[in-house]
Design a protein. Sequence first.
Length: 162
Amino acid sequence: MNIKKLTISAMFISLGVVLGNLVYIPVGISKCFPIQHTINILSGIMLGPFYSTSIAFLISLIRNIMGIGSLLAFPGSMIGALLAGILHKKTKNNYMVAIGEIFGTGIVGGLVAFPIAKYIMGKEVLALFFVYPFILSTVGGAIIALIIIKAFGQIKDRQSLL
């Protein structure tokens, strides 16, 4: 285990849980959380797919245990984080990472949220109900992440940060 990666992961998890109380957009039975998407992109670039997916899972888990999250946070955040990390590993292009997060969370996560809402949560929703709000939230988070990346300089090699 890499202590620096674990420390950065703990920082991202803490930020995700704390800021989850402050910044979210309620949409029906879901809570859209743009900061989660910012964290997914930054952790995907800095730490890679395993850590970014683990961070997304733990933020969702802690927020749900605290009663401030939604079960729908799991599929969206984890799929987006995984794609963000994989795309950074393959392309090293921060814009592709953002697009991966938007596609993974907004479209794939939005579609995966449907059976969770219907069969686990017992809510009657249309299959595409979550796609639009998830995309909006993810685009907002991607913009924030890209601004942070620009402000701190282009993150080209995640290993140089560690």
